[in-house]
Design a protein around this ligand. Sequence first.
Ligand SMILES: Nc1ncnc2c1ncn2[C@@H]1O[C@H](COP(=O)(O)OP(=O)(O)OP(=O)(O)O)[C@@H](O)[C@H]1O
Ligand SMILES: [Mg+2]
Length: 317
Amino acid sequence: MSKEEAPFVIFYNVTKWYKGNVIGLNQFTAQVSGGITGLVGPNGAGKSTFLKLATGQIKPNIGIVRVFNKDPFRDSSVFNDLGYCPEQDAFWSWMTGKEFVEILAKAKGYSKEEAKKETTRVLKIVSLDDERADRPIITYSKGMRQRIKVAQALIGSPSLLLLDEPFAGADPITRAHLGRTFEDLRKEGVSIILSSHVLHEVEQFADQIKLIYRGRLLAEGPVRDIRALIYDHPHRIKILTDSPRELAKYFVSLPSVKSLEITDPSNLHYGILWILTHNPAVFYKELPKVLVSSKVHVEEIMSVDDNLQAVFEYLTQ
Ligand SMILES: Nc1ncnc2c1ncn2[C@@H]1O[C@H](COP(=O)(O)OP(=O)(O)OP(=O)(O)O)[C@@H](O)[C@H]1O
Ligand SMILES: [Mg+2]
């Protein structure tokens, strides 16, 4: 295995729970190698927990976390070659952007002069090397805050960047600019793991996607495979109703519906209408309208693959 291919982040059977028995990650096993990896999942999926474990801010209850073959919780030398951008704006917001980056550069061991130089370099990368860098962070837009957070992660040119929702709340220009910045860094050999709620936000430039949901790894692979899974995956929906045949008439004309089947369990007052769709995103958009216009009583709607349904709804909204 060449150096580039060797996984530099390894999670093996990692479980992390918080106080009150809340599960952050649940028997999570994954590896990350080079390129850009998108960690995608809805609220509470465990994305930040993954990144906090990888940066040694918290420690797993069970399992093994390795970054560059070291345990990040015990060995802070991991940070020599790692840049981290937290989810929250944990700024000293009265400082200017420049002061903020400079102080963090000094904390990383740079002398005053070197810190100034390094600050100029990283601010240029995120295109904040103008008068805005001399304004207090409190006056910054969300997009500028995201840029300055990314800038501080670039101090010292680390070979691995861990970025927690770097696009959150950012304007379209900042998003496009950050996306290009990440692509440029990848070309220079930097590996990036970044988290997001939405697939389309990262699919432009990510090489690999890891879909994470309820603390578990739901799926992983190249972007095109994950897209196919989300957008083209055949998906069965089960509708419990007192008039399955009547309701079926309303679904039969929908292009997103591939097939319909009716079962009438003899011991139930209700019948079941099974729907197979190859386009769950479109189907779930059309579903409420169809139900309203049919006026048929529906007792329950269930997705046969619950995990995926929740992820579909979230990632395609
Ligand atoms: N400090 C904490 N104390 C208690 N529970 C926590 C803590 N941090 C996270 N959790 C819980 O752990 C689970 C995973 O949270 P995590 O923050 O990792 O998810 P996330 O994917 O980053 O979500 P979001 O998209 O909202 O940032 C959630 O149920 C969350 O409520
Ligand atoms: Mg988070």
